[in-house]
Design a protein around this ligand. Structure first.
Ligand code: SF4
Length: 490
């Protein structure tokens, strides 16, 4: 990896947005907005590789094409060497696109199948005024060798090249115009493991030799960790964590980053993180969740002050709350669950030790375990299931144990399920909303600068990193809070 200078960034992206209107009807009235990229900040300096990472559908590639103005941004600014790219006229934009080259996931897209590889690599040179064929051939030969291909590849057609050779040739073509910035969009994801390693080594070598600024887009955490100086983690159109790659991987500050890191296979069990599973999918960018967009999937969703419940149990109860609020769960749906062949299955799986502070069932208060039906009940008609079977089925479906080690939560869930069984949805929703009152569900987290033990700083959008927030990660000191989306890398 390169050393990074403190000079003005080669590329500075601030509040970048790419929204698409959703229209319907004969008059094509706008009925919604797809927020593919929704206000992201990052910088790329000369000689630096920055990784843009996240699952498929989180907006990474749209961000790249918007930076290049292959698609026009709908908000924010893109500065290249201090100039506003969004204000470029056609002539300056053409020049910018020579200075900022792109390599795509599928290298075949870079080649005209009717042209030899040499002709394709030479094409940008010809456009730039390299009129003498001998000059072009010399440059192409040099470029092909530089990317590890023999000169005779120039006479072949793209279909005769392997995937790895094609990607190298695509790189040679991109380098033919001496770019300052290279945007590589999943450049190795279509390659097999050994070829991938060679390509990454080549990318590192070229970046260092040519002092290139590189924006590397990838869903592969291993790729980003290997070659990137800094990493920007994107989720649902937003940048949720930005900072030096090493500390981002060794000490992720955002639960989404932690889940991505946990998903990286490793043979070293001593470095494997715990508790990071990632259920569900990236939300629909036309209808992102309120509050923190990660809240429907976040295992670390912030608890109300003083609740102090087991985190996995709290997550399960939040899932129940969301299902009630979204209309996915009502008495009819719960009856269907109860009537299903495995309905009312024992919800006590994963129950904490019954002796660890659970309230005494004999104390006269409502106890969740009171209402669990006999799981052997052979019910198949939803209209015939009783309230006990309904509440048991919902507990099983949401993995909510009868005994949670937290009286407040137990009582709230019991009363919620009673209300659900009584078909009093508003009461059920209200009861659960009170006990799961988390900022994650309705407040957009501000960007906070956190300092890791290594003294590196990262910008993180998560309620766990707000000053005085209970449950903040112990190993991270909140040194100051900034305005939303302010970057820590400037
Ligand atoms: S703000 Fe809440 S839901 Fe979002 S990542 Fe942080 S803890 Fe999870």
């Amino acid at each position: 990896m390169s050393s990074v200078s403190d000079e003005e960034p080669l590329l500075a992206v601030e509040g970048l947005e790419k929204h698409y209107p959703v229209t319907s009807g004969l008059l094509q009235r706008q009925t919604g907005t797809i927020r593919a990229v929704d206000g992201i900040d990052f910088t790329v300096r000369e000689g630096e590789t920055v990784g843009l990472i996240g699952e498929s559908g989180c907006g990474k590639s749209t961000a790249a094409s918007t930076v290049l103005r292959l698609e026009e941004p709908t908000g924010g600014t893109v500065r290249y060497r201090g100039e506003d790219v969004t204000a470029y006229d056609d002539s300056r934009l053409r020049r910018f696109r020579r200075e900022a080259q792109v390599v795509f996931q599928n290298p075949a897209d870079a080649f005209d199948p009717r042209m030899t590889v040499g002709e394709s690599v030479a094409e940008p040179l010809r456009v730039q005024g390299f009129d003498r064929r001998d000059d072009r051939v010399a440059v192409v030969t040099d470029l092909l060798e530089r990317v590890g291909l023999s000169a005779d590849v120039a006479d072949r057609y793209p279909h005769a090249l392997s995937g790895g050779q094609k990607q190298r040739a695509a790189l040679a073509r991109a380098l033919s115009v001496n770019p300052d910035l290279l945007i590589a969009d999943e450049p190795v994801s279509a390659l097999d493991v050994s070829v991938k390693a060679e390509m990454l080594a080549l990318l590192r070598e070229l970046q260092a030799d040519l002092d290139l600024g590189v924006l590397l887009i990838s869903h592969d955490m291993g790729v980003v960790r290997e070659v990137c100086d800094r990493t920007v983690v994107m989720y649902a159109g937003e940048a949720v964590e930005r900072g030096p790659t090493e500390s981002t991987f060794t000490d992720p500050a955002h639960p989404y980053t932690a889940a991505l890191v946990d998903a990286v296979p490793t043979v070293d069990t001593t470095t494997r993180r715990s508790g990071g599973h990632l259920d569900g999918e990236v939300p629909d960018p036309a209808n992102p969740p309120d509050g923190c967009r990660f809240h429907p999937r976040c295992p670390a969703v912030v608890q109300p002050e003083a609740l102090d419940a087991d985190q996995a149990v709290f997550r399960a109860v939040v899932d129940l709350r969301l299902a009630l609020a979204d209309g996915d769960l009502d008495r009819a749906a719960a009856s269907e669950l109860a009537a299903a062949p495995d309905g009312g299955s024992n919800p006590s799986e994963g129950v904490s030790d019954p002796s660890d502070g659970v309230s005494d069932p004999s104390d006269g208060e409502s106890n969740p375990s009171d209402g669990v039906s006999d799981p052997t009940a052979d019910v198949s008609d939803p209209s015939e299931v009783d309230d006990e079977a309904i509440t048991a089925a919902v507990r099983a479906e949401f993995d909510i144990p009868r005994e949670m080690g937290n009286e407040t939560l137990e009582l709230a869930v019991a009363e919620t399920l009673d209300a659900l069984a009584a078909d009093e949805l508003d009461r059920a929703r209200d009861r659960l909303a009170r006990v799961t009152d988390s900022p994650c569900l309705d407040q957009v987290p501000e960007t906070t600068t956190v300092t890791a033990e290594t003294a590196t700083q990262r910008a993180v959008d998560c309620h766990h990193h707000v000053a005085d927030q209970p449950g903040s990660r112990d190993e991270v000191d909140v040194v100051r809070t900034t305005t939303p989306r302010e970057s820590a890398d400037d």
